[in-house]
Design a protein around this ligand. Sequence first.
Ligand code: AMP
Length: 381
Amino acid sequence: MARILGIIGGGQLGMMLTEAAKNMPEHISDVIVLDPTENCSAAQVGAKQILGDFKDREAILELASKVDVLTYEIESGDSEVLKIAAAKTAINPSPETLRIIQDKYLQKSFLRENGIPVTDFVVIESLEDLKKKINGFGYPALLKARRDAYDGRGNYKIRSDGDLEAAYNAFSGKTQMLERFVNFKMEVSVIAARNTAGQIATYPVVENIHENNILKMTIAPARVSGNVAKQAEEIARKTMQVLHGAGVFGIEMFVTQDDAILINEIAPRVHNSGHHTLQSSMTSQFEQHLRAILGLDLGDTKLLHPTIMYNILGPDGFSGRYKAPVIDADGAHLKMYGKSESKPQRKLGHFNLVDYNGTKGIEGLIKSIESIKEKAGIIPL
Ligand code: AMP
């Protein structure tokens, strides 16, 4: 029997999940999202919307009472409220998995305890504690806010003794941790899925290029050796085995100078570095997430065509209404998220450039991106 799906968050991830759900009418009859923005991205593609904050207890419980299965597109949800909501409906990934992941210190401790490679880290309790523990790390080192910190906003790179106080004060009132700086060769990620029956599938590893700590471009597949690719996929599989949550997870990793893999961060949700799967792969990450939380067999994760995903971000120095770009290059698929206003660095859309007949290869795709990206900006109105 088809079920009603609830999603906490109705931004671009909720939007693309809703679109995937609409293609599975035999399994999902309706989608309801909780989002504070009127006519949010997901609502524009047919989701019903409860207007409310992601942390609004009453709104979450109302959503839980209306759906058969509940998931989320944000990791800042209140896991305690979700535990209460779990009495009303199935929630995936589970509130316990979310609780571990949403605190970077708990997340890394969990990974380390399970023998999964991460960089060295310690908890920081006070400025004195930081001054003491920095000795074991040297410079540079990264001070991180443990919770509610995304896109690098919760990171402070400490370069010398002179930075310690400013770094600590930058996150005052927040729980903190200190990490050894990784002089990585490349940032990669693996999109992995586990269904409610425990079946696991991983997508081929992809390469991520960040600008100002925000993902700019994903190259699928990553330009790494077969050995590195195998390592990354095995680490992702092992992570899914120990985490136990059902759903799609974005697992961000570093490739070190000597080709070892370290996990940087896990997102308990569909992930920006998996958007290429909409055109490149047998099964999109959005369909895969729904298959996973509904307990269906997972789809084939084969990468059919080399593809580059390019994010369309709000330009600096402009806030307001805008016109979407026109991208008409061969093999390009533009997806705008229907957000009415641009803000600096806001994710407004993306396009996938797909090498359908295998003639370009990754280097050819990168060349094409260079010429398209001039036209890939939004036009302020
Ligand atoms: P995060 O918000 O923790 O995922 O970090 C955002 C970005 O900061 C990552 O994509 C990396 O580029 C960088 N970063 C995070 N942790 C480290 C680390 N331990 N060493 C070097 N760079 C890091």
